[in-house]
Ligand binder design. Structure first.
Ligand code: FAD
Length: 334
C-alpha cells in the first residue's frame, strides 16, 4: 500500500527529547535505543507496574503461602537475529532462562521465560530509563512540540511522541485530543483488531497435575492454555496456576462475575487440578493478541513528529513487539 511507504522522520537530532506512551516491551526497547543515541526520552505508563502485557502478579494467602503468576505472556522463542541479541543479553544478565524445548511435544527449540516472571524483563529494561508508572495520558497536543497531560496532573513536553498502546487505545487518545490523522492512515490503523483473553490466576493447596514442564496448550472451546508457575520456577512458595480462556469464551463471558468465570474455567481445567483452590483472581485482557496486523514495523508521521508501534505492527508476540521497538527507534533516529 503506497500510504504505508517511507514516512521516516528527519526532524529529530541528538538534542531532541521525546515521550513514549506505553511501557510495554516495544516502548521500552524504543526508549533504550533512543537513549543510547543520547536522546532524552521519558516513558509514561498507566499501569502500576511496568511491562504492559509482560505481567506477573502475587497472590498472597498467608505469611508462608503466596503464589506468583505470569498472567500475560507465558514464554517466548526466537526467530529473528535482531531479537536474539536482546535475548542473549537477558540470558547473560540472569533475567530469563530456558524453560523447556516444547510443551505438548519437544521440538528442540528453546522456550524462554523470566526468572522472576516475565515482568522482570520489563523491570530490567526500565532500570536505566526515565519511567513514570501509574500515570495515564488523557490528552495530547502538538504545536511544534508535543504536550502530554496525565491524570497525575503532571505535564510532559517533547519534540517527538511515540504511541505504543494497543492501536484502538492510541486512536481513542487522538480522538479525545481532537487530533486528526490523514484519512488513509486513520483507515489503515482502524483495521488493526485484537482478541480478548480472560486470565484466571489461582493458588492450589497441593501440586497441580499439569504435566512437566508445567505448561500445556489445550484444544478446548473454553480453555487455551494452562500453566503451573511452581513448576516453571517463578512461584517457590505456592502452587500457583494460570488459566487462559479462548477468545470466544472471553467474549461470551466478559461481563459475567469473576466467580462465574472462575467456576467455568476451573471446571474446564479439572483434569489438571486435582486439588482445592484456596485463592483466585480474574484479569480481563481487552487487547490480548492482535488478530489483524498493520503490516509495517512502525508508522511515523514526520509532519506530526509522531510514531506508532507495538506488537500489532509486526507479530502478536514479544518478538514482534521488540522488532517494532527497534523499528521505532530507527525511524526516529536513523
Ligand atoms: C494473555 C496473553 C498471553 C500472551 N502470551 C504470549 C506468549 O506466550 N508469548 C509471547 O511472545 N507473547 C505473548 N503475548 C503477547 C505479548 O504479551 C505482547 O505481544 C507484547 O507484550 C506486546 O507489547 P507491546 O509493548 O506492544 O504492548 P503492551 O505490552 O500492551 O504495552 C502497551 C502499554 O501502553 C500502556 N498504555 C495504554 N494506554 C495508555 C495511556 N493512555 N497512558 C499511559 N500508558 C498507556 C499500557 O499500560 C501498556 O503497558 C500474550 C499476551 C497476552 C495478553
Amino acid at each position: 500500500m503506497s500510504q504505508k511507504g517511507d514516512r521516516s522522520n528527519k526532524l529529530i537530532n541528538n538534542n531532541s527529547s521525546g515521550i513514549v506512551i506505553g511501557g510495554g516491551i516495544s516502548g521500552l526497547i524504543a526508549a533504550t535505543l533512543l537513549q543510547r543515541k543520547g536522546i532524552k526520552v521519558t516513558v509514561i505508563d498507566k499501569g502500576r507496574g511496568i511491562g504492559g502485557r509482560l505481567a506477573t502478579r502475587r497472590i498472597k494467602y498467608s505469611e508462608t503461602i503466596e503464589g506468583i503468576c505470569d498472567y500475560g505472556t507465558q514464554y517466548f522463542s526466537v526467530k529473528q537475529p535482531g531479537f536474539q541479541v536482546w535475548v542473549d543479553d537477558w540470558l547473560e544478565q540472569g533475567v530469563i532462562k530456558e524453560w523447556c524445548q516444547g510443551f505438548n511435544e519437544v521440538d528442540g527449540k528453546p522456550r524462554y521465560c523470566g526468572i522472576n516472571g516475565t515482568r522482570g524483563i520489563a523491570k530490567y529494561l526500565a532500570q536505566d530509563l526515565d519511567v513514570c508508572t501509574s500515570t495515564r495520558v488523557f490528552k495530547i497536543n502538538y504545536d511544534r512540540q508535543w504536550l502530554v497531560e496525565t491524570n497525575s496532573g503532571k505535564k510532559f513536553q517533547g519534540d517527538f511522541l511515540v504511541m505504543t498502546p494497543p492501536v484502538p487505545q492510541s486512536l481513542k487518545l487522538l480522538d479525545d485530543s481532537n487530533i486528526a490523522l490523514p484519512p488513509d492512515i486513520r483507515q489503515s490503523l482502524e483495521q488493526v483488531d485484537y482478541h480478548s483473553c480472560i486470565a484466571v490466576l489461582a493458588l492450589l493447596d497441593r501440586p497441580s497435575s499439569i504435566p512437566q514442564p508445567g505448561g500445556i496448550g489445550i484444544a478446548d472451546e473454553n480453555l487455551v492454555w494452562l500453566a503451573d508457575n511452581y513448576q516453571k520456577g517463578i512461584s517457590p512458595n505456592g502452587h500457583a496456576i494460570t488459566l487462559h480462556a479462548t477468545p470466544s469464551f472471553s467474549e461470551k463471558n466478559w461481563d459475567n462475575t469473576d466467580a462465574d468465570i472462575a467456576q467455568k474455567l476451573f471446571a474446564a481445567a479439572s483434569t489438571w487440578l486435582d486439588s482445592s483452590i484456596i485463592e483466585y483472581q480474574v484479569h480481563r485482557w481487552r487487547y490480548s493478541l492482535p488478530k489483524t496486523l498493520y503490516g509495517q514495523s512502525c508508522l511515523t508521521l514526520p509532519e506530526l513528529s509522531l510514531t506508532f508501534g507495538g506488537d500489532a505492527f509486526v507479530a502478536p508476540k514479544i518478538e514482534g513487539a521488540v522488532l517494532s521497538g527497534i523499528a521505532i527507534a530507527k525511524s526516529i533516529n536513523h
